[in-house]
Design a protein around this ligand. Structure first.
Ligand code: NAG
Length: 318
């Protein structure tokens, strides 16, 4: 009998690890692009780009598995400060909780100075679902470089940062590929006041197509993990890639393999154009989007959720 035990044990391991290995799961069956996730005492909250009639969408989950769109809630209803265009066209929110218990939302909105470009702003609320009140001044604009989008807050053991993308490809109509650097901006403990000049963490190379964008930053075991998307968001080449560094300011080394690409599995079939990923604060989860109808962007981008493992220099879906 003894001889059979290791066999039984390894069979059990195979079956059990298969049954617990979960693919990414469709979290919301609606258009909810560029999601972020935050865990609170009242459950998980996700925020997404303008859609379903509101500027910033909100969804909630008790268990990270079953999600509800809070369809009557606009987390960022306005009024907006002067730097925001009359049509705010708000994109890619990220929410953090700062030391005094208030929530800070980073968002991108069209610039009143040039509404073909976006700037990154911050807004605060004492309630997770808002309404968030925008700051009078943007955090980053870079209009001469194409604008600034895709802000993500990061707490490095009490030092707060915002990473964002300089939206250089908004200038690509001139026939050249402009830089789309991912920048790191230190902010004061209020989360909204820039502290010093931003530093560049990464930029596109030919392997990334026209862009790197949608950064999210997390530290685990002494390693900084920077996820980002490359290629164009409305094509199947869009992905979730990442780079690692031993210092928050880099240098960052791109991983050999993306974390998520078209064709990867989910509970509703293979993903197409996964991107816009965001880490949970406890570094065990991500949310991201992919084409809702599975083949093109015409029905929008649905939110997906996955458990991850950060180990050494590697991120894996578990
Ligand atoms: C994460 O991956 C490492 C390396 O494969 C493994 O040793 C560790 O047990 C994993 N952790 C979790 C929580 O799955």
């Amino acid at each position: 009998m003894i001889g059979y035990l290791p066999l039984a044990a390894s069979l059990f391991t195979i079956l059990f690890s298969r049954s617990v290995h979960a693919d990414a799961k469709r979290a919301l069956d609606t258009n909810f692009p560029d999601p972020c996730v935050i865990k609170t005492d009242a459950g998980y909250y996700a925020f997404g780009t303008a859609g379903n009639g509101v500027n910033i969408q909100v969804a909630r989950s008790d268990d990270f598995s079953s999600w509800d769109l809070l369809s009557d809630t606009d987390a960022l209803p306005g009024p907006f400060p002067d730097w925001v265009a009359s049509e705010p066209n708000t994109w890619a929110p990220d929410v953090i909780k700062r030391g005094d218990g208030k929530y800070v939302m980073y968002f991108s909105a069209s610039s009143s100075e040039d509404n073909s470009k976006h700037c990154v702003g911050a807004a605060t609320s004492s309630s997770i679902t808002g309404p968030y009140t925008p700051e009078d001044d943007p955090l980053a604009c870079r209009l001469d470089k194409g604008g600034a989008i895709d802000a993500d807050g990061f707490d490095d053991g009490g030092d707060l940062y915002v990473v964002y993308k300089v939206d250089g490809n908004s200038l690509n109509g001139d026939g050249t590929m402009h830089p789309t650097p991912i920048m790191l901006q230190a902010v004061n403990e209020d989360g909204v006041t820039p502290n010093g000049d931003p530093v560049q963490l990464l930029d596109r190379t030919d392997a990334d197509g026209p862009v790197v964008e949608a950064p999210s930053l997390k530290k685990s075991g002494g390693t900084y993990f920077l996820t980002f998307s490359s290629n164009m968001y409305d094509t199947p080449q869009y992905d979730v890639s990442y780079a690692t560094a031993s210092s928050v300011k880099g240098p960052y080394t791109k991983a050999d393999e993306p974390l998520l690409v078209s064709g990867d599995p989910s509970d509703v079939g293979s993903l197409t154009a996964p991107g816009g990923s965001d880490f949970s604060v406890d570094e065990s989860k991500i949310v991201f989007h992919a084409f809702k109808n599975g083949h093109d962007i015409n029905d929008g981008r649905a939110m997906y959720a996955a458990d991850i493992n950060l180990s050494g220099d590697t991120i894996s879906i578990v």
